[in-house]
Design a protein around this ligand. Sequence first.
Ligand code: HGY
Ligand code: MN
Ligand code: MN
Length: 379
Amino acid sequence: MARIGATPGGGVHRLTLSDADREARDLFAKWCGEAGLSVAVDEMGNMFARRPGADEAAPPAMLGSHLDSVPCGGRFDGSLGVLAALEVVRSLNDRGLRTRRPLEIVNWTNEEGPRFPPAMLGSGVFCGKYARDWAYQVRDSEGRRFGEELARIGYQGTLPCRPRPLGCYLELHIEQGPVLETEKVQAGVVEGIVGIAWLRVTLKGERDHAGPTPMAMRRDALVGAARVIAAVRAMPAALHPDMVATVGELFVSPNAINVIPGRVTFSVDFRHRDEALMRRARERVLKAVEDAARGERLEVEVEDLGGSSPLPFHPEAVGAVEEACRAGGCSFRRMWSAAGHDARYAAELGPTAMIFIPCAGGKSHCEEEDAAWEDVARG
Ligand code: HGY
Ligand code: MN
Ligand code: MN
């Protein structure tokens, strides 16, 4: 799977609804067919590979994750959960075991979000958080619409993408942080997912000549953005040590060495497990934007790109993961996820939990992302 969209540095570049995403989907579907699974694709391109159960009417046990990546991301983020689910099915087949519930392996569309924000869009429509037609009109930075790109790669299925009950949902994922490796613990029993908020801020000043324009006359959009970015960086320390805040995207227009930037657009991502703190963080970001705009006499546009509220997983599902760790004799610790996952939305339809395994240096969303095969197998 990692050969599809492989990058020179050992990562994968497999943006949602790209040709590489289509290739990955086709390969996944082929492997599922070889494992005797029937693959269905819904209106959002979510792929469900089903293994019949003794009780076909029972809500399925769903296992999976996502095959799309961030730009120049890692080989394990998402792929691990999808392919480990396939390995579970292959193991059941090898042993001739029949489960009571049907099993469904899922590959969710657009878990990552950078190309078509917000993140977890496929699972978000599936659980009823976003409307399908709203998702279809989301545009990427080149102006391409989600719905058109989905059709272009041939994965705009006819199966309605709407809520249905899940017997349970389980997702295996690398931790994407340093805790397990630092504490030398073999597995993370994930208790919930933090709240995530994504904003897109545009500051409009006045494009002008970098030479003759006196400093007092300038309305420099990039200086305003710089003030906000510094304030975003300072926010977590002011609110809570577990809060995180990031400006990852920055577009400067016209981005020319001798032109005062007239327009700047940047993203803001902030996260915490407490909803009240998330509200305070939003207020602080918006105030920083207003203050910077006033200081540089800029116009402001703030777009809410969507996000998800904090969510604790179902205690009995989390307990089952902890029980499996004990039975399997592997060390574990309970923890929350500061990364978003499709499990956030699956949890609204049935008992949901996640299993983390350590990743090298705790790194992710980069080409160096790596995990030990014995940790993968144990997970
Ligand atoms: O942003 C996230 O946490 C996830 O990787 N989409
Ligand atoms: Mn992921
Ligand atoms: Mn990710």
